[in-house]
Design a protein around this ligand. Structure first.
Ligand SMILES: Cc1ncc(COP(=O)(O)O)c(C=O)c1O
Length: 390
């Protein structure tokens, strides 16, 4: 059997003509490996569906009723053996909107919301948006990598927060939480009366050594939890604005129904069209994407070990994000500022992900091998004369 080919990436000069935020935030001499969007060429099935919609001038108001629920339910069944009732799927503009609107119905002002830090920075903003309080529980790390600290989680749940906002798999540490951990989370949620919102946007991007466990497949989760998913990370569709909230029981479905109906009308029509194409026809492309990303992850590991061995990290088992501990580089500047100013390389500043992120950077490796090599060169150059480079 021939080896699975990679998904393609246009050369850097073509990528630089994109108008997305990754490519327009920094001047043209900066190489950006920042915001979680990918450089790969769009999956052909998605591009075809969008071209067909444009050819048809199908640019009116959208409806998620035209197949999104079924397409998602069939995808989750095939991919993860997760049975979803299509009627329990509600479309939203994006994951952020889904989570904020859920928080609005599940929290009262001043309620606490638990999440695990370091975390995708908007988690902080979403909680503040609904006038709730952040109760951060730091991740634990040992030789095996990052994982939930269940003892500290229990202590936080015992304080009576309204919601636990789970990131499954987790951005930025790349952990695909284990079934046993999620089982314990559900047990704690039941015991302490905490509702769980599981942000599963990165679910399709899990490498072979790990496995995505949908929270709603855990016994008892249906009564206390809701999941938020989207095709937007795995097929790079953030521009098109479509995500879904999924429930598996009456009580949580009733909570979702309390969200004003009007908000659902804001879902992007092209987002729905693209998501249906991705879920129905995009699985082979997704598998090729995972092979490609796995190779990039290996390349990054090799290059870091060779040239920047003082940077400490656990290669992620999910997501295309590398969470790099630069604290022992011996520089006095925040590493993100150093890499940007001296190397003209843009990475995300770790401190945006919570206080534990100081001294870290997040690097997006969803790009070509050449760009990753160039990024490592720029990192080496940034450190020359100002730190450790062996
Ligand atoms: C964990 C997580 N949730 C949500 C989002 C944003 O999703 P959306 O653009 O659908 O709001 C991201 C984007 O990177 C993310 O990493």
């Amino acid at each position: 059997m021939s080896e699975s080919p990679e998904v393609p990436v246009e050369p850097l000069e073509v990528l630089r003509t994109r108008r997305s935020s990754k490519w327009r935030t920094y001047p043209p001499d900066v190489l950006p490996l920042t915001v979680a969007e990918m450089d790969f060429t769009l999956a052909p099935c998605v591009a075809d569906a969008l071209h067909a919609a444009v050819d048809l001038s199908d640019t009116g108001y959208g409806t998620s009723a035209a197949g999104l629920q079924d397409a998602l339910a069939q995808f989750t069944q095939r991919r993860w053996g997760w049975h979803i009732d299509p009627a329990a799927v509600t479309a939203f503009t994006d994951v952020a909107t889904g989570v904020v609107e859920l928080l609005r119905v599940l929290c009262s002002p001043e309620d606490a919301v638990v999440f695990n830090t370091p975390v995708y920075p908007p988690f902080f903003d979403w909680v503040h948006d609904v006038a709730a309080r952040v109760r951060a529980v730091p991740f634990a790390r040992d030789e095996a990598g990052w994982h939930l600290d269940l003892e500290t989680m229990e202590a936080a749940f015992a304080e009576g927060p309204a919601v636990y906002l789970l990131c499954n798999p987790h951005n930025p540490v790349g952990r695909a939480h284990r079934r046993e951990e999620l089982t314990e989370i559900v047990r704690l949620a039941q015991r302490y009366g905490v509702r769980v919102i599981s942000d599963e946007i990165h679910a399709p991007i899990v490498y072979e050594e790990a496995q995505f466990t949908p929270l709603l497949t855990i016994d008892g989760a249906a009564e206390v939890a809701v999941s938020v998913l989207s095709a937007s990370k795995a097929w790079n569709l953030a521009a098109l604005q479509c995500a879904v909230v999924v429930t598996a029981g009456q009580a949580m479905a009733d909570e979702v129904r309390r969200i004003p109906r009007d908000i659902r009308w804001r879902t992007g029509h092209f987002g729905v069209i693209a998501a249906i194409a991705a879920f129905e026809q995009g699985e082979e492309w997704l598998d090729r994407l995972l092979v490609t990303l796995d190779r990039r992850r290996t390349l990054l590991k090799t290059l870091l070990a060779q040239h920047l061995p003082h940077i400490d990290w656990t290669p992620p088992e999910a997501t295309y994000l590398a969470w790099l501990d630069c604290r022992s580089l011996g520089t006095k500047d925040e590493p993100r500022d150093l890499f940007l100013e001296r190397g003209r390389l843009a990475l995300e500043a770790g401190r945006r992900f919570g206080p534990e992120g100081a001294g870290y950077v997040r690097l997006n490796f969803a790009t070509s091998a050449e760009i990753i090599e160039e990024a490592i060169d720029r990192m080496i150059r940034s450190l020359r004369g100002g730190g450790i480079t062996d």
